[in-house]
Design a protein around this ligand. Sequence first.
Ligand SMILES: NC(=O)c1ccc[n+]([C@@H]2O[C@H](COP(=O)([O-])OP(=O)(O)OC[C@H]3O[C@@H](n4cnc5c(N)ncnc54)[C@H](OP(=O)(O)O)[C@@H]3O)[C@@H](O)[C@H]2O)c1
Length: 343
Amino acid sequence: MVGQWFVRSLEDHPWFELEVLAASERSAGGIYGDLVRWNVDGSMPAAIRNKPVLPMDPAIFSDHGVRLLFSALPADRALAWERPLAEKGFRIFSNASANRMEPDVPILIPEVNAGHICLIEAQRSKKDSGGYIITNANCTTTGLVIALKPLQDRFGLHNVIVSTYQALSGAGYPGVPSMDISANVIPYIEKEDEKVDNETRKILGTVAGKGPVQPAPFDVVASCCRVAVRYGHLETVVAQLEKDFDERAAMSAFSDFRCHACAKLPTAPRQPIILREEPDRPQPRLDCDAGAPDRARGMSVSVGRVKKFGDRLRFYLLSHNTVRGAAGASILNAEYARTLGYL
Ligand SMILES: NC(=O)c1ccc[n+]([C@@H]2O[C@H](COP(=O)([O-])OP(=O)(O)OC[C@H]3O[C@@H](n4cnc5c(N)ncnc54)[C@H](OP(=O)(O)O)[C@@H]3O)[C@@H](O)[C@H]2O)c1
């Protein structure tokens, strides 16, 4: 699922060229266009249709002159492969959860914690191959931390409660059986509540030198559900803020939020957060693709239904799980690393 979004997002990328595709032994040796059941809006890019799918073999990647790898491996495979590949000098931008909580691995979101990229110096000092792993967050955490960041900066965060309505594509392809999800909501996604808590506190934490990160000192209580939506994770957030605030100031914090580290990155949205003032937005079908320019479609987080309840702020957010929460996030991280000379 995420691999398809990489293929789509790397088509005509101004800085990166998709040179090799690799998958499991089941697929290796086949042709991409024959193997993939294309599930992304629009057609499969013509230049990729006839590409061979290769086995996971670092020697083959090197023969092709490849140094940058985007990983959309299942977590157990990522655990086995990513560290050894980094030690061989590959720059890995990973979607998998396997290495996210490692002390020397950043969960990077340039809009939120650009400075955490310094953690890769700790990886590089162990081996001098030049390789490293940079992860992006879980698809649910990503939208959440982007929305929390301006609140943390302006008002401070005391604690956060989040309930989610997560799209089917978040479970990969073919994902949840149709008999389980049709006319239903499943109030359980394995390990998701814990990931949202741990990752949020790491991403919003502080780092000095080569780390590790000092996690943010607040609680995140997450309750995650799967719903019968194709793309887009909707989340209801109740955040208790440290400073006194009014509703308008909170709304401005969202809509004024900008990313200075992202100014020249092709996949960065001009506005990381789009504030919706209609009473019934954001919605997955209407707001999933939010973000401009064209290359950043799906990279903005939509926030709406902002309301103050005493010292708590309630709002809804929506983010595209396979773009903002996966392939687009990795590509943005690689763009950011490139501007710092890390590629
Ligand atoms: N879906 C999302 O919204 C989302 C968001 C954020 C992060 N993630 C994470 O991203 C990763 C990929 O998720 P997905 O949704 O794309 O899953 P998916 O649809 O199940 O795809 C998994 C991919 O990994 C390949 N693979 C499996 N075993 C392999 C092996 N031994 N060696 C090499 N390749 C192997 C598969 O190749 P074959 O085609 O040959 O089986 C397939 O291409 C997961 O770690 C997931 O947690 C997903």
